[in-house]
Design a protein around this ligand. Structure first.
Ligand SMILES: [Zn+2]
Length: 336
């Protein structure tokens, strides 16, 4: 059985110059037995050099990536670079068009679908194509996220805590070059199959981001995102001239939430009343908020305490909360 992708691409990744095209994902629907869903993609190549791949819209309610990468795709010209840049502004385009985290077509979370399968629903087919055709060509992989609808986040560039310290050192260096206020080392507490995890395992210099949230989306988060993509291209040695991006401010703080206790899951369902804002200090045992039952208003709200100390990196953005959903994430200073 063939392992090659069923997705057809209009792009030649080895050709010199700039191409704006798409990946055509086979779809058979009630309105068209023969149909394809197009995922726009851009390849810019000039000479020989490193390859940097940018993904946005992995989650459809996180729009810093799509907006920034559509601008980058239009602005960046071959003569500005040495090497290759591949830009995919809306990796999960169906989710971007519905403004949802998950694909409305198959209900799948793109960032749990890697490495994907050849003959899968649409999300898994895209993941499989990325694994086979795109990550294999990359030196640097950038996957732009934000907290979307559900979490307020301090803007950060992020990665896992890797055992390969040489790779990790380069990734932290690249993350600092981005120019975001925080470099965030995170731990997975909600499953596997992430695009950045696979890229890290493949030995790529891998950067994720959390650039705010759906309601924080605006000039500030977009500026940090836009400066970052140009700064990373400069760090990689791909840009021929320094970009027109000022430093965001002070040197970034490097922090980690690398203990499962740093991710506080709601003990019950109801309305979450937060006591702390992102950026606030927090001590183990301190109350981070309380849950008001919508069924038993005669009961006192359920207090929720932190189990670790540090700073609030993220907090829930949607008051209505189900048992087991993340309320707060805590981080501490991290040294390599
Ligand atoms: Zn995301």
């Amino acid at each position: 059985m063939s392992t090659s992708s069923l997705i057809q691409s209009t792009l030649d990744y080895e050709a010199q110059g700039k191409q704006i095209g798409h990946w055509a994902v086979p779809q058979s629907t009630n309105s068209a037995g023969w149909a394809q869903y197009f995922i726009p993609a851009v390849v810019i190549r000039n000479g020989e050099g490193p390859t940097c791949v940018f993904f946005g819209g992995n989650h459809g309610d996180e729009c810093e990536g799509p907006v920034t990468l559509m601008k980058l795709a239009r602005q960046l010209q071959p003569e500005q670079i040495t090497g290759r840049v591949i830009i995919v502004p809306m990796l999960n385009r169906p989710a971007v068009e519905s403004g949802t985290r998950l694909s409305p077509i198959d209900g799948v979370n793109m960032n749990r679908a890697f490495p994907g399968r050849r003959n899968d629903t649409i999300t898994g087919m895209i993941a499989h194509f990325v694994t086979q055709e795109i990550l294999s060509r990359a030196d640097i992989v950038v996957d732009i996220h934000s907290g979307g609808s559900s979490m307020h986040m301090l803007p950060s560039v992020n990665m896992h805590d890797l055992e390969n310290r040489e790779q990790m050192g380069k990734m932290v260096e690249a993350a600092k070059a981005w120019g975001a206020p925080i470099v965030y080392i995170y731990k997975d507490v909600a499953g596997e199959g992430l695009l950045p995890s696979l890229a890290e395992q493949m030995g790529k210099i891998t950067l994720g981001t959390e650039m705010g949230s759906k309601s924080q989306f605006g000039p500030d988060t977009l500026r940090i995102t836009e400066h970052g993509v140009w700064n990373v291209l400069q760090w990689a040695g791909i840009l021929n001239e320094p970009p027109d991006t000022q430093s965001i401010g002070d040197a970034p703080q490097v922090v980690a939430g690398n203990d499962a206790r740093d991710y506080i899951m709601s003990p019950s369902s109801g309305l979450f009343e937060p006591f702390l804002e992102i950026g606030n200090p927090v001590q183990a045992g301190q109350l981070i908020g309380q849950i008001h039952s919508t069924e038993r208003i005669d009961r006192e709200p359920e207090p929720v305490a932190a189990e670790s100390s540090g700073m609030v990196m993220a907090r829930r953005a949607i008051p209505l909360t189900k048992q087991g959903e993340c309320l707060v994430a805590i981080v501490r200073p991290y040294a390599l």
